[in-house]
Ligand binder design. Sequence first.
Ligand SMILES: [Zn+2]
Length: 156
Amino acid sequence: MPVLESILFFSALLCLGGDGREAKPEEHLSDQIRTITTIVDNLQRRLGDTTKVLISVDRGNDRLVSVQPSEADKGTYILSLDRGFLALLDERDLRAVVAHELGHVWIYTHHPYLQTETLANQTALKVVSREDLERAYRKVGMHKGEKVDIQAFVGR
Ligand SMILES: [Zn+2]
């Protein structure tokens, strides 16, 4: 399936790899994955979502955070986080971006809804505050050095 959100916000951010920001040492990777897994489990439970989501921490995910169907395992989705970007997120940010990506999972699993940022955020807002979501957007925007029209992505 083609990636549908290429023009969308988290997706539009360019890869930050190679700029020396990958501050967390290799041995922290399993800890990071464990933390993300716990967040995914917790948010899915609150959303009543039983979809299988695998976590992948990657170098050079040019969308920074993304989710897509697994090609190998139908019905499973892969949540990919760029490693350099991940190093910049605190747990609160992480919850917000995971909630947003679970919104995309919801859309994927609810045909015929189409992928939009606003719709993804409607799901996210069931489990994280608008403030947290905006904070995550702002942090990403700051990092990219661009002003972000948060209203356009989060809705009113
Ligand atoms: Zn999105």
